[in-house]
Design a protein around this ligand. Structure first.
Ligand SMILES: NC(=O)c1ccc[n+]([C@@H]2O[C@H](COP(=O)([O-])OP(=O)(O)OC[C@H]3O[C@@H](n4cnc5c(N)ncnc54)[C@H](OP(=O)(O)O)[C@@H]3O)[C@@H](O)[C@H]2O)c1
Length: 254
């Protein structure tokens, strides 16, 4: 890697580095948190951090649960949930029934495969990615509000991406990822109005930045750092309802 690239990456990391900030997440204690796609990447780091902060985590996974099982923590309950079919989300009903869920983090996501440019679109993948990246966030909200302890839900964080910003789009291409995460953003905004009005729930869309994970192996930020920032955002959820923000809480264009 060239010096210029190294320096650029250093500045990018520095921009989102909050490891020296004190008391991150200190107000998030004894909360019940539902995290989707929690066996890897950002979801896994969030799970570990929330457990360390003395919270209860309901973690869903798709294919593998190995990492979650290794945690063997009595404050962790796990559940298989393949979100490519919306009816699969009903699997969490027994897990959460009559229990408090204070926070939902819609983290599970897919890129959508190789074939997503004009004239090459894999429409089967498109429908599946729509369910995973977008439609599932509506279903999770409905299920939690209907089955978990009444009035317990306070915040929903949706892990989106700045890459899908409609206003800043100069690159074209990637219809599946851009289309489905834009749909997530649209639902996020809509829910921030409906759920705030009816249940007092704050709903926020977050871009975690360029994070090194299974989805993005060449990413710059550590998933641990992304998770810390997301927890810091949660600490400030009241003021961020209906916003699309980056890890520094800067407002992004939809
Ligand atoms: N990393 C980045 O730079 C970046 C940038 C912007 C936004 N994001 C967003 O951040 C979120 C977390 O991604 P990550 O970077 O941490 O990558 P990751 O480690 O690949 O996490 C994605 C998670 O989604 C799960 N998932 C995939 N298909 C699923 C399905 N059908 N049903 C339920 N869960 C499913 C995966 O589980 P399996 O592996 O078992 O399928 C995995 O645990 C995603 O929504 C992503 O779009 C990431």
């Amino acid at each position: 890697m060239g010096l210029r690239r190294l320096f650029k990456n250093y500045l990018y990391k520095k921009k989102f580095d909050i490891t020296s900030k004190k008391n991150i997440g200190e107000r998030i204690e004894k909360q019940s948190i539902l995290i989707t796609g929690a066996n890897s990447g950002i979801g896994y780091e969030l799970t570990k951090k929330f457990l360390r902060l003395n919270n209860f985590v309901f973690a869903t996974y798709n294919k593998d649960s190995e990492n979650l099982k290794k945690l063997s923590d009595s404050n962790l309950q796990i559940c298989q949930c393949d979100q490519s079919k919306i009816e699969n989300i009903d699997a969490i009903i027994n897990l959460i029934k009559d229990k408090p869920i204070n926070i939902i983090i819609n983290n599970a996501g897919v890129w959508g495969g190789k074939n997503q440019n004009f004239n090459q679109i894999d429409y089967v993948n498109f429908v599946s990615a729509s369910n995973i990246n977008a439609i599932s966030i509506l279903k999770f909200a409905e299920v939690v509000l209907k089955y978990s302890e009444k009035n317990s839900l306070k915040s929903i964080l949706n892990i989106s991406s700045q890459y899908v910003s409609t206003e800043n789009n100069t690159s074209g291409r990637d219809y599946i990822y851009k289309g489905t995460k834009s749909m997530m953003n649209s639902f996020s905004k809509n829910l921030s109005i409906d759920l705030k009005r009816s249940y007092g729930v704050n709903v926020i869309s977050i871009c975690p930045g360029n994070v090194r994970t299974k989805m993005n192996p060449g990413g710059i930020l550590d998933p641990q750092n992304a998770a810390l920032n997301i927890i810091d955002i949660l600490d400030n959820a009241e003021t961020l309802n209906g916003k699309f923000i980056n890890l520094n809480k800067d407002i992004l264009t939809w």
